[in-house]
Every structure is written in structure tokens, then in C-alpha cells.
Design a protein around this ligand. Structure first.
Ligand code: SF4
Length: 272
């Protein structure tokens, strides 16, 4: 488990590492660059560089974390990679089911394998499922995501490479937008971001603006229209409570404001 600078999560859990490129969004893959660096440093788990590798010794790690935590599962891989054995996915989801105090954010560019796995498996209540939508072509992933009955469905529109046009945001609970960062980063136009934000506002979908990106992402920052946009999901029915840190529940309410920097969640004290 690792702490992370990714703005929309709290920690990362990588029961597999390594991947292969599947679409335009993969061109400057951060995980590839990092895996090769960690391999050169002799870091455990990265002996195979960026080759897809399952790490069974990590599968029960969340059981050792006492504090309720929001985990991004596989920041260094794709959980639904072609070489991922479904038996190993079963073990991962067993850990997820056995740790209801945690939230698991799972993002993939392999929507067909995601669908195939969840044909025969229920999605645990503490899982948020998302797909990457980096350009118009990747919008087909949204329709597949909607076929899966997940408590939260989200879109990561990062790296935003193109004007994605009209999005069908019905049954989508959260949208993250961000530009590519690092050497060779492909530029993102402000109007593309504003168009997505407008659609989120119209559809009352929480909008999270992660970053402008570019060669110096720190300098480019993450403000849009002079503020940050850090909204988090409502549950589909406005009912699903999320246990978070400091002994509180996050009670999501459809009546709360959405799309603003305060997000759309109301924190309430629990008896637990
Ligand atoms: S799917 Fe993700 S981890 Fe895999 S190559 Fe593409 S960007 Fe990298």
C-alpha cells in the first residue's frame, strides 16, 4: 500500500503491476515510466519491469489497514488486463468484500473484460467502477460500464486528448477531468474541459477537475474559472453510506449541491 499524490484518492493498492498499451491514452503511460524506474532501483515487485505480473503476497494487504481508506486499485496496472486470471480477481474481490470500511476505486481501459468478469460476479457495495474516456473513440466504454450494476460508476476523462463532444451521463455518478502531464504531454484545451463541466452541471453529475497537466503540472495547477472543483460522487439512489475517516459516515444526498468545490456529500456522526 502506498500513499499517493493522486488528488481523488487516498492510497493505492497494486495487487498486480505492469500492463500493455491499449488505446491513445496509454501513449505516455505514467505507470510504465515509473515501473521501469522502480525496476532499475531493484524495488520489490518490479523485477519484471512493466511486464504484467500478479503479486499474490499483496492480495490481503488492505486487511492490515485499520483506518477506513479510499484506495485506488492498481495505479500501476490495469486490474482487467488480458493476462489477469479470474481466480486471482476472485481473491482480490474477496479481500474487498471483507473490508467494508474501505472504498475501492477501480478504473480500467478494458471494458470488455470488466463486463465479462461482472457477468458472473456481483460488484461489492464498497466498489466504485470507472472507465477512462480520453477521446471520442473511448466513449464506447461508457455504454459497457452502464451494463454493470455498480454502486458508483465513474468516468476518468484523463488524459483529455480531444473534444469528446456529447456524453451520455445518465447513470454516471462522477466525472474526473485532467490533462496529460510529463515530457511530451499532449495539450488540453480549456474549452474541452468547460464543455464537459457544463454537461456535468446539466446532468447534476459531480465534477472533479484534477489538473491542467503539461510539462510542469505543478506550475499549471488545477484551478478552473478561478477555483478548484473537487466534487465527489452521490450514490445512485442517494442512500449508500460510506464509512470514512474520523468515525463518520458520508451520507450522500441527492438534495445536496453538486459540481461545486464543496462537493455533494454531507458528513454525519455515527454510533460506531
Ligand atoms: S491501461 Fe493504464 S496502465 Fe495500462 S498501459 Fe494504458 S495507461 Fe498504462
Amino acid at each position: 500500500m502506498s500513499t499517493t499524490k493522486i488528488e481523488w484518492t487516498e492510497s493505492t493498492w497494486n495487487p498486480s503491476v505492469g500492463c500493455t498499451k491499449v488505446s491513445a491514452g496509454c501513449q505516455n503511460c505514467y505507470a510504465e515510466c515509473m515501473a521501469r524506474r522502480l525496476c532499475a532501483m531493484g524495488k520489490k515487485g518490479y523485477e519484471n519491469g512493466f511486464k504484467f505480473t500478479i503479486l499474490p503476497e499483496r492480495v490481503k494487504l488492505p486487511l492490515t489497514v485499520k483506518k477506513p481508506t479510499r484506495f485506488f486499485v492498481n495505479s500501476m496496472s490495469d486490474l482487467f488486463h488480458e493476462e489477469m486470471p479470474f481466480e486471482f480477481l476472485d481473491q482480490i474481490f474477496e479481500t474487498i468484500k471483507n473490508t467494508p470500511k474501505h472504498i475501492y476505486q477501480i478504473l480500467t481501459k478494458r471494458e470488455n473484460i470488466l463486463q465479462k468478469y461482472f457477468c458472473n460476479h456481483p460488484v461489492p457495495d464498497n466498489v466504485w467502477l470507472g472507465v477512462t474516456v480520453e477521446n471520442k473513440e473511448a466513449k464506447k466504454r461508457i455504454d459497457i460500464l452502464k451494463t454493470i450494476n455498480a454502486p458508483i460508476r465513474f468516468l476518468s476523462i484523463e488524459p483529455l486528448l480531444d473534444d469528446v463532444g456529447q456524453l451520455d451521463l445518465s447513470d454516471i455518478d462522477w466525472v474526473i477531468v485532467g490533462g496529460e502531464s510529463g515530457p511530451g504531454a499532449r495539450p488540453m484545451q480549456k474549452q474541452w474541459v468547460l464543455d464537459i463541466k457544463d454537461q456535468c452541471d446539466e446532468n447534476k453529475v459531480p465534477f472533479f477537475f484534477k489538473q491542467w497537466g503539461g510539462a510542469n503540472k505543478k506550475q499549471a495547477g488545477r484551478t478552473l474559472l478561478d477555483q478548484t472543483w473537487d466534487a465527489m460522487p452521490n450514490s445512485p439512489k442517494g442512500q449508500l453510506p460510506l464509512v470514512l475517516d474520523d468515525g463518520c459516515l458520508f451520507a450522500r444526498t441527492a438534495a445536496a449541491p453538486m459540481g461545486g468545490r464543496e462537493g455533494c456529500n454531507v458528513r454525519v456522526r455515527t454510533q460506531e
